[in-house]
Design a protein around this ligand. Structure first.
Ligand SMILES: Nc1ncnc2c1ncn2[C@@H]1O[C@H](COP(=O)(O)OP(=O)(O)OP(=O)(O)O)[C@@H](O)[C@H]1O
Ligand SMILES: [Mg+2]
Length: 309
């Protein structure tokens, strides 16, 4: 059974509400409410387990909300590896307005992490037993810019394949540290990273091939929302369009993409075939409303529609 670990430095309790109308002042009575454990790495682990794999979750957690997060994780058959922190785990909210179909999302920046806390996280990772380590999500305040580079130094030493899906300073300094097996920036993240407009595939291939040549990453999957994705490896590039589906909510598409692609890689598929799984899983997430992640039956069905590469 494929076996991975995921790392979530800034997890969250995702609360989702549905109301008829968003209005000021008056109480908005909810028609539906839902609580999920969230944050990049946790979302990846949840989809990975649904697909039939094993996932160990390394995550920082603190305060009373941290206890609630631990409890929510226990409902999802995930192996928990908690790194305790003094700060309070954040709570994110999304409100779906039925009358307009609009979604409002409130996402706090998360607690400040002390040096001994992020160091304790690195110490735990030096003991991780897995074939792949997937780090996904933003760096919370207090965590140094090169944290993911410190992680990739650990995974490189231990022969673990490191997968990175981050943005801003986490992505920039993570790539600079090298030793990444798979990086998954979205096109927007890649534009921010390079400061270039990247208006066509050729420009995207140029900058990513350069990163591969500098040994920053072995595989780079650039996802482009409804325009699909591009896989760049030393052996060449593969372009796949997105599947023509009726989009409900793009929330969780990137995490589901990563889970699907890594599940296929960890099951022995080659990168191109695994890339097809990623596309199917990303599209499957878009089919589900709100913060729901990809469902295995949708992934399997959609995989048949992704062209062979
Ligand atoms: N509207 C859509 N229709 C079909 N497939 C989609 C759509 N949006 C996303 N996908 C699928 O999900 C994948 C990942 O989506 P996306 O590029 O938006 O990543 P993301 O990480 O969620 O983005 P970001 O982190 O910038 O918000 C896409 O490559 C595509 O396969
Ligand atoms: Mg993303």
């Amino acid at each position: 059974m494929p076996n991975i670990a995921t790392l979530t430095l800034n997890p969250t309790i995702d609360t989702a509400y549905e109301v008829d109308h968003v209005v000021p002042t008056h109480k908005m009575r909810t028609l539906k409410e839902h609580y999920d454990p969230g944050g990049g790495g946790i979302n990846v682990a949840r989809v990975f387990v649904r697909l039939g794999g094993n996932a160990r979750c390394y995550y920082l957690s603190g305060g009373a909300t941290g206890v609630a997060l631990d409890g929510l994780l226990d409902l999802h058959q995930l192996v928990r590896c908690k790194i305790p922190i003094a700060g309070e785990t954040r709570v994110s909210s999304s409100v779906y307005e039925r009358s307009t179909g609009k979604e409002y999302r409130v996402v706090p920046s998360g607690p400040t992490i002390a040096p001994d806390e992020w160091q304790a996280c690195l110490d735990q990772l030096t003991e991780a037993q897995c074939e792949y380590l997937v780090a996904s999500g933003s760096l919370p305040p207090g965590v140094p810019d090169d944290f993911y580079a410190k992680v990739s130094a650990i995974t490189a030493k231990r022969g673990i394949k490191f997968v990175l899906d981050s943005s801003g300073r986490g992505l920039k300094e993570g790539l600079a540290g090298g030793n990444i097996y798979l990086a998954k920036p979205s096109l927007g993240e890649l534009r921010q990273l390079t400061g270039l407009p990247l208006t066509d595939d050729a420009a995207v291939v140029d900058v990513t091939m350069d990163m591969i040549e500098r040994k920053q990453a072995e595989l780079i999957a650039v996802t482009m929302g409804h325009e699909g994705a591009l896989l760049v490896t030393r052996a060449g590039t593969t372009r796949l369009p997105a599947l023509p589906i009726e989009a409900q909510s793009a929330v969780g598409a990137g995490d589901s993409f990563v889970a699907g692609m890594v599940f296929a890689l960890a099951s022995g598929h080659d990168p191109k075939e695994a890339f097809r799984y990623g596309i199917a899983a990303g599209s499957a997430a878009v089919l589900t409303p709100g913060t729901d992640l990809a469902r295995p039956a949708d992934i399997e069905r959609l995989l048949l529609q992704v062209s062979s590469v």
